[in-house]
Design a protein around this ligand. Structure first.
Ligand SMILES: O=C[C@H](O)[C@H](O)[C@H](O)COP(=O)(O)O
Length: 260
């Protein structure tokens, strides 16, 4: 389905004068298109899960804008990270938590990978645990991505599958994870703060992240997830299996919406 895009249209500067300008949207513009589409599912009086990351940020900005304009009212947001909490506060979105609101109407969040069955990899921004807790309590979970996030199988992007672990003996846990997936050519690496060599990245929950890189498909995702969770040092993994109810993908040719 073709769309009137919200993003700016950039001319192809290498094109001949007589050629029509080519429409090239940046990845961030595509993320914004998906995010704005997702906010169409938001109604007044909803309890909303507010995701984390550069795509979810656009959705939260839009919700703040609609509240300010009086087009939405009586929204309560449950943020999935401290950074989202701060963004929502700055937009005057009323906030609460799972203790007070254990059932949510809708959550909107991005993803790092989406496989053909709408299974997700999340957590490259480090927020997978709170995201999984909150998005697991939603009646509807709308996932918003640009088309670069679509993969044939989990791990196919060559980027990491994040696993949140307790800091205590993290090397031991990383080694167990790497061995668990040795047939898939797994390499486990401690996530470090950007720009540092060995300073561990610490999550909102005071834990570390082990990033798993695969050379091959790990196969049965449920079995892989259950096996990881059997290690006492593993807090949670970044595979969100069978959780998304709606997927919104923005690409150069338009926007697609899939429901489960
Ligand atoms: O921890 C981060 C979250 O799972 C994000 O939703 C995910 O990494 C996607 O982020 P982005 O929208 O910035 O690509």
């Amino acid at each position: 389905m073709a769309l009137a895009y919200l993003g700016s249209k950039k001319p192809n500067t290498t094109a001949a004068m007589s050629s029509p300008p080519e429409l090239i949207l940046t990845q961030d513009e595509l993320k914004k298109i998906a995010a704005y589409k997702a906010v169409e599912y938001v109604e007044s009086n909803m309890i909303l899960g507010l995701g984390t990351g550069s795509t979810a940020k656009h959705a939260i900005d839009r919700i703040g804008e609609l509240l300010r304009q009086g087009k939405l009212s009586n929204i309560i947001g449950i943020p999935t990270s401290t950074i989202t909490h701060e963004q929502a506060l700055s937009l005057n979105i009323p906030l609460s938590d799972l203790d007070t609101h254990p059932v949510l109407d809708l959550a909107i969040d991005g993803a790092d990978e989406v496989d053909p069955n709408m299974n997700l990899v999340k957590g490259r921004g480090g927020s997978l645990l709170r995201e999984k807790m909150i998005e697991g309590c939603c009646k509807k979970f709308v996932v918003i991505v640009d088309e670069s996030k679509l993969v044939d199988y989990v791990g196919a992007s060559g980027l990491a599958l994040p696993v949140e672990v307790v800091p205590f003996c993290w090397k031991f846990t990383a080694s167990k994870l790497q061995t668990l997936f040795k047939d898939a050519g797994c390499v486990a690496k401690l996530r470090v703060i950007s720009g540092s060599v060995d300073h561990p990245y610490v999550t909102d929950n005071g834990n570390y992240i082990i990033d798993l890189y695969f050379k091959k498909d790990i196969g049965d995702l449920k079995a892989a997830g259950d096996a990881m969770l059997r290690f006492a040092g593993v807090v949670e993994h970044g595979m969100f299996i069978d959780m998304a109810t709606t997927l919104i993908v923005a690409g150069e040719l338009g926007i697609t919406v899939r429901h489960k």
